[in-house]
Design a protein around this ligand. Structure first.
Ligand code: GDP
Ligand code: MN
Length: 394
């Protein structure tokens, strides 16, 4: 019995080291080594570099938000004569197309609307938009998010360095602070925001955000329409081509966070699953040299794919050991209490649990072959104007 306990304990220590210790080490190391540093780029900072830019907005049943989205784009701090919009509609059954044309014809913003006869998925729409774009730069942006006024201007400046292939932004939470699900999401976001910036400062971050992502037109040409995760796919594609794909800390967008657990969970599972699809598609990057292929990408694959699989194994081992060893049960009980009652620990602890659960679910769906290339949009995110949602502080 003692031997069994000792053996199980040894296994538990190794598991804890990998499952909890490795992510903790990576996050801490990234924060120390890179977060506060510079991007190491040769950027023209005086905004003299302002190329023409086409914003591509994919839509499926976005009648309630499309005119506010076009107005938001028009309000960007960017020369009007160098900005145009392409709305690519995936066969909406509501008034999206009419609303979009109405805004364009009334002169809110220069642009065009392309319609698909039926819904074929976001990437099909984005490919169509890319074909018709005429700007020197292209920017993808989802319909229900909004940008900080300087987001475009700030993003474009990074392209004055030829090393940069993709620039994405940082999510600033506008939320109803009362909802616990939103607070948990916010804590997850703050941890990952640090990671995205730190990885970008070292070289590149593999995960980008569809709310704002820019490229030089012609450098990124086509999405694989058989998988989701367009943003992450495009970021990895640019790294494969030898560029850097970054998330820039001064490129800020606002996106409502669903306050119902169900909506948030389904969105996170789908997004997580799409990240997995993109990672697997670009797995050959692991065979390349350099810090992205040797450290950043393997660690991200660990965080998104391997560690969620270890989660149930770790829980089961902990549970079993606690049953056969009272001292261990007491130790685990106290450690859990401490982790959840002390705020600086409860944030990462909650993030860890919700992340691993969502990713586990995402992996199950992926294995079952449910690709989720088309999905039900989250109505709650379109219900009230973002400007009416208070900006979170802290
Ligand atoms: P989420 O932010 O991950 O919850 O995803 P959304 O539901 O907001 O979708 C992202 C963007 O893609 C939105 O602007 C949608 O209107 C758009 N979209 C979703 N499905 C399709 C589609 O089948 N075709 C086109 N053209 N756009 C789509
Ligand atoms: Mn969205």
């Amino acid at each position: 019995m003692i031997l069994l306990t000792a053996l199980l304990f040894a296994i538990w220590v190794v598991l804890a080291g990998v499952h909890l210790g490795l992510p903790l080490f990576y996050f801490t190391w990234m924060k120390r080594r890179a977060y506060g540093k510079s991007y190491g780029l040769n950027v023209v900072g005086d905004f003299s570099y302002l190329p023409s830019l086409t914003v591509i907005v994919p839509t499926y049943n976005e009648a309630t938000v499309i005119s506010r989205k076009l107005r938001d784009i028009a309000q960007a701090n960017y020369p009007k004569d160098r900005l145009d919009v392409i709305v690519v509609d995936g066969g909406s059954t509501d008034e999206t197309v009419e609303e979009a044309w109405k805004s364009i014809k009334s002169g809110v913003v220069k642009g065009e609307v392309f319609e698909e006869a039926e819904r074929q998925g976001k990437t099909v729409g984005l490919n169509r938009g890319l074909k018709h774009a005429t700007g020197e730069m292209v920017c993808f942006s989802d319909a229900e998010c909004e940008w900080d006024r300087d987001a475009l201007r700030n993003a474009v400046k990074y392209f004055s360095d030829p090393m940069i292939g993709s620039v994405s932004g940082i999510h600033e939470t506008r939320l109803d602070r009362k909802a616990l699900s939103v607070r948990v999401e916010d804590s997850y976001r703050s941890v990952y925001r640090m990671l995205r910036i730190a990885e970008s400062k070292i070289h590149s971050t593999p995960v980008a955000e569809g709310e704002i992502q820019l490229f030089r037109r012609g450098q990124f040409t086509e999405f694989d329409t058989s998988i989701g995760g367009d943003d992450t796919c495009a970021a990895l594609c640019m790294v494969e081509k030898g560029f850097r794909s970054i998330s820039a800390e001064d490129v800020i967008f606002y996106e409502p966070t669903p306050s119902s657990w169900k909506a948030r969970f389904s969105q996170k599972v789908r997004r997580g699953q799409h990240v997995v699809q993109a990672f697997l598609k670009h797995r050959s990057l692991l065979r390349k040299k350099g810090i992205f292929s040797r450290v950043i990408f393997p660690m991200e694959i660990f965080l998104y794919i391997i560690n969620p699989l270890l989660f149930p194994v770790f829980l089961a081992t902990t549970f079993f050991l606690a049953i056969i060893s009272l001292p261990f049960a007491v130790f685990v009980g106290i450690a859990t209490l401490v982790a959840f009652l002390i705020p600086p620990l409860s944030k990462p602890a909650l993030t860890h649990i919700t992340n691993n659960l969502t990713m586990l679910m995402a992996l199950v769906k992926e294995v079952k072959g449910e690709k989720q290339l088309v999905w039900t949009k989250i109505e709650e995110n379109r219900s009230k104007p973002l400007a009416e949602i208070p900006v979170a502080t802290g």
